[in-house]
Design a protein around this ligand. Structure first.
Ligand code: COI
Length: 357
């Protein structure tokens, strides 16, 4: 028996929904959502209902103290295959790791996984069919208790919404601004958690970067401003001396599921992979000397997006020889082939979604 109660309105809103030709990324929302509330130390029922506004008390703690976490995962339905979810159990585990850091209750893993499967199943016919297009699924949880005291909320809401989406980046490669001053995360802070505040903290730098024609920011460590960390919503990889190099995970970096998958795929394709303390100067010197031939961003939304140049705030650019380089292209192809069901991946990575019962 399903753990999800399907409300009667669901069929009606699905019947009326029309998928526009141009979807963009995260702009069109599926007409249904999954919801559950937490109170009195336990989770209430999980429901599938019509998508719509939620009512919050103006003192809800999320609005004042940002007690909130989220995840992002995708359902694929390309070439008539699928729909498939990619490693939803990994997102569920990371969700609870974020919850613990933010003093929020664990969510039962089946709420996350069954909820993601169910919304995918009901939205199956709205998943755009071209390679790179997906149903982007956004599970999130936030503090709903109303009162202004700074203490962990005792009430929470969990929602899953879904967006038929195309590519996150319009162009094939990105220019990335090196952020030498502001920092994203500090030792002992919440950098490893997928919590809204980390993204809010990135927006001022994002604005400055956009003004300089950069599409992303590269964050350095908060102590010495020398070690590469991540890119807010994406992890960083470089190809140096033919080896695939990425910063080793620390408490200030979000552990990307795409990052982890790329490391496994690269190893199985015979690349040497190195996770290490990666200094910005090593990458800059590598670009200048020609040792660093490629760099790319990776993430659920970004998939694998080549970096064409790193840029300083004074506009100095370090241009990559090979922005659409062979390593990124090969890894992107294998990753998408697995996610979109053209190639068998390691056991458990790809979960086939059945039609609603
Ligand atoms: C994701 O890749 O799911 C993210 O959280 C990134 C965000 C830029 C959409």
């Amino acid at each position: 028996m399903s753990i999800i109660e399907v409300l009667p309105e669901v069929n009606e809103v699905l019947r009326k929904f029309e998928l526009p030709k141009e979807v963009g990324f995260g702009k069109i929302m599926a007409p249904i959502m999954i919801e559950a509330d937490y109170a009195d130390g336990k989770w209430g029922p999980l429901q599938l209902k019509a998508y719509g506004p939620i009512t919050l008390d103006p003192t809800a703690k999320v609005l004042h103290y940002a007690q909130e976490i989220f995840e992002g995962l995708k359902a694929y339905k390309t070439d008539g295959n699928g729909p498939f979810l990619f490693r939803p159990d990994e997102n569920a585990k990371r969700f609870n790791a974020s919850a613990r850091r933010m003093a929020m209750p664990d969510l039962p893993i089946e709420y996350f996984v069954e909820g993601s499967k169910t919304i995918t199943s009901y939205c199956s016919e709205f998943i755009p069919p071209n390679s790179g297009e997906t149903l982007y699924i956004r599970p999130f949880m936030f503090a709903t208790e109303g009162s202004l005291g700074i203490k962990p909320s005792e009430k929470f809401k969990f929602l899953i919404i879904a967006s038929p989406s195309g590519d996150y980046f319009k162009s094939g490669s990105v220019t990335v601004g090196i952020e030498r001053d502001a920092v994203r995360a500090t030792p002992g802070g919440v950098g490893m958690a997928k919590t809204g505040g980390n993204y809010a903290a990135s927006l001022l730098s994002a604005n400055q970067a956009i003004a300089k024609n950069c599409q992303q920011i590269l964050w350095l460590d908060a102590v010495n401003h020398s070690r590469i960390e991540e890119m807010s919503g994406m992890n960083f990889f470089a190809v140096i001396d033919g080896k695939l190099v990425t910063p080793e995970l620390t408490e200030t970096i979000l552990a990307g599921i795409t990052r982890k998958s790329i490391l496994e795929i690269a190893q199985s394709e015979g690349f040497e992979v190195i996770e290490k303390e990666l200094l910005i100067e090593e990458v800059i010197e590598g670009i200048k000397s020609g040792k660093c031939t490629e760099a790319f961003a990776c993430g659920t939304a970004a998939i694998i997006t080549p970096i064409n140049a790193l840029q300083e705030s004074d506009d100095t650019q370090y241009k990559l020889q090979n922005p659409e380089g062979p390593v990124a292209a090969k890894l992107r192809k294998t990753l998408l082939d697995i996610q979109e069901g053209r190639k068998e991946g390691p056991e458990g990575w790809v979960v086939k979604i059945n039609p609603p019962v």
